[in-house]
Write a protein of this length. Structure first.
Lengths: 115, 111
């Protein structure tokens, strides 16, 4: 069984500050991990994914995440927040990237960026 | 098509009515997934299709929910005798090796 825990349902940062969104996972097999972003009234957009290659994964919009097996974590970071980063972020885990692997999502973290 | 298309984008229905939600996946994607996103909650898995068969229906909340997929392409999620707790955004995704692409969802409101 697989599960995802996102610590903090709401995170607020100042524009230009570091963004850190936390994600811990549980999986019975080596996991594949994803971060998605959802803007208001829109679907989910893939930010980045870890599929057992490099542990530091770079994604779109300046985001990156590091897979740490010892900590079962896959935290999302961005060095400098921009107002346009305000959205809801979901961490997800699957047990493969094949066509028959469902995603299990965390409950999401809403990021607020203030001036 | 270029992306996953869902229709309608918004649906308001009266309690007790049946509704059908449609998903048109990316051409060539053999796997198709339905998720539900309720206010204040995360994304809840409902069902997935591999081709036209549904190996995992474990997330369907009740027997009022059903889904089918024809021709390995379009899928329809049907909710019978809708209840207010069915109000949510229903998201569809299709996948190929290495990634999942989500549609914009159908916002269902049961009044």
């Amino acid at each position: 069984a697989q599960s995802v825990t996102q610590l903090g349902s709401h995170v607020s940062v100042s524009e230009g500050a570091l963004v850190l969104l936390r994600c811990n996972y549980s999986s019975s097999v080596p996991p594949y991990l994803f971060w998605y972003v959802q803007y208001p009234n829109q679907g989910l957009q893939l930010l980045l994914k870890y599929t057992s290659a490099a542990t530091l994964v770079k994604g779109i919009n300046g985001f990156e995440a590091e897979f740490k097996k010892s900590e079962t974590s896959f935290h999302l970071t961005k060095p400098s927040a921009h107002m346009s980063d305000a959205a809801e972020y979901f961490c997800a885990v699957s047990e493969g990237t094949g066509t028959a692997s469902k995603l299990t999502f965390g409950t999401g973290t809403r990021l607020q960026v203030t001036l | 098509g270029a992306g996953v298309s869902q229709s309608p984008s918004n649906k308001v229905t009266e309690k007790g009515k049946d509704v059908e939600l449609r998903c048109d996946p990316i051409s060539g994607h053999t796997a198709l997934y339905w998720y539900r996103q309720s206010l204040g909650q995360g994304l809840e898995f409902l069902i997935y299709f591999q081709g036209n068969s549904a190996p995992d229906k474990s997330g369907l909340p009740s027997d009022r929910f059903s889904a089918e997929r024809t021709g390995g392409s379009v899928s329809t999620l049907t909710i019978q005798r809708t209840q207010q707790e069915d109000s949510a955004v229903y998201l569809c995704a299709s996948s190929s090796w290495g990634g999942y692409t989500f549609g914009s969802g159908t916002r269902l409101t049961v009044v």
